[in-house]
Design a protein around this ligand. Structure first.
Ligand SMILES: NC(=O)c1ccc[n+]([C@@H]2O[C@H](COP(=O)([O-])OP(=O)(O)OC[C@H]3O[C@@H](n4cnc5c(N)ncnc54)[C@H](OP(=O)(O)O)[C@@H]3O)[C@@H](O)[C@H]2O)c1
Length: 259
C-alpha cells in the first residue's frame, strides 16, 4: 500500500504556518495527500496553501485557530469530521528559555495549554477516530529535550517528556489496530522556534530533513530522531549517571540561567 492509500485522503497539520509543520505540508502534498493546515496566522497559512496547490494536484484548506484556547482540540476535531482524515501531524508547540521562577506566568500557562493539554486531547480524539476507522497515522512532535531534565528551559523539557511518554504508551495501547504512531524528537532545527522561545539564534538541522525523518519512519519506528548527532545524544543519557546528565544540560543552557 502506498503512502497516500495508507494515510490519505487528508492530513491535518497543526502549526503549519512556519518551521517543521510547514515542511510537513510540502512533503505530504508531494505524496499526494490533501491537507488541512492549522495555526493562528491565517494570511501566512493562505499563502502556503496557494503555493502548495500551485505546485501539487492537491486540495489545501486552512483553519485559523489558537490552540491554547480551551476546547480548541474539540472544535478542530468537529470541524474536520466531514473530511476523510488519515493522518494527524500534532506539531504546534513552543519553547521558552530562562530560569523557571523568573519566567512569565501567562506564557508558561500557554505552553502547558498548547504543548500538554491540547496536544494530549487532540492525540486522544484522533487516536479513537483512527482506531474506530481501522486505519490511520499520527506524527507527534516532541523533542530531544524529552530525554533529560533541561534546566534553562525546565518546563519546556517537561512538556516534551510528557509528549514522548504519552506517545510511546499510546503506541502500546493501540498496537494491532492498524494505526501507526511515530514520535518525532528533533534536536536544534532552523525555524522560528528560537524567536518565540526568547533564545539566541542557533544553528541546527534543516526543517525539511527533520520532517522527512518522521514521514519515512511512520509505520516503521515509534521514535524518530533526525540526524546522527541527535541520535547519539538521545541515547547517551541511558549510559550516564542521572546527576551528570542534569548538570551537563544545565551547563549547556547556562546562558539562560544568568539572572
Ligand atoms: N526548532 C527546534 O529547534 C525544535 C527542536 C525540537 C522540537 N521542536 C518542536 O517542533 C514543533 C514545531 O516547532 P518549530 O521549531 O517548527 O517552531 P516554529 O517555527 O515557531 O513553528 C511553530 C508553529 O506552531 C504554531 N503555533 C504556535 N502557537 C500556536 C497556538 N497557540 N495555536 C496554534 N498554532 C500555534 C505556529 O503558528 P502561528 O504562530 O501562526 O500560530 C507555527 O506554525 C514544536 O512542537 C517544537 O517544540 C522544535
Amino acid at each position: 500500500m502506498d503512502f497516500k492509500e495508507r494515510y490519505g485522503r487528508y492530513a491535518l497539520i497543526t502549526g503549519a504556518s512556519a518551521g517543521i509543520g510547514k515542511e510537513f505540508a510540502y512533503i505530504l502534498a508531494e505524496k499526494g495527500l490533501d491537507l488541512i493546515l492549522v495555526a493562528r496566522r491565517e494570511d501566512t497559512l493562505k499563502e502556503i496553501s496557494s503555493d502548495i496547490e500551485k505546485k501539487n494536484k492537491v486540495e489545501c484548506l486552512v483553519i485559523k485557530k489558537d490552540l491554547t484556547e480551551e476546547n480548541s482540540y474539540k472544535e478542530l476535531f468537529d470541524l474536520t469530521q466531514k473530511f476523510d482524515i488519515g493522518l494527524l501531524v500534532n506539531n504546534a508547540g513552543f519553547g521558552y528559555y530562562g530560569r523557571f521562577i523568573n519566567q512569565n506566568e501567562d506564557k508558561l500557562k500557554d505552553m502547558l495549554k498548547l504543548n500538554v493539554l491540547t496536544f494530549s486531547m487532540l492525540t486522544r480524539v484522533f487516536a479513537d477516530y483512527f482506531v474506530k476507522k481501522g486505519r490511520g497515522g499520527m506524527v507527534l512532535v516532541s523533542s530531544l529535550a524529552a530525554f533529560q531534565p533541561t534546566a534553562g528551559m525546565a518546563q519546556y523539557g517537561a512538556t516534551k517528556g510528557f509528549e514522548l511518554q504519552l506517545g510511546e504508551a499510546l503506541s502500546e495501547e493501540i498496537k494491532g489496530k492498524n494505526v501507526d504512531i511515530t514520535i518525532l524528537c528533533p534536536g536544534a532545527t532552523v525555524t522560528e522556534f528560537q524567536i518565540t522561545a526568547e533564545g539566541v539564534p542557533h544553528n541546527g538541522m534543516d526543517a525539511k530533513k527533520v520532517a522527512m525523518c518522521a514521514v519515512n519512519n511512520l509505520g516503521r519506528k515509534i521514535i524518530s530522531i533526525p540526524g546522527w548527532q541527535n541520535k547519539i545524544t538521545g541515547k547517551l543519557h541511558r549510559f550516564l549517571p542521572r546527576s551528570f546528565v542534569r548538570w551537563a544540560t544545565a551547563k549547556a543552557l547556562s546562558h539562560y540561567l544568568k539572572d
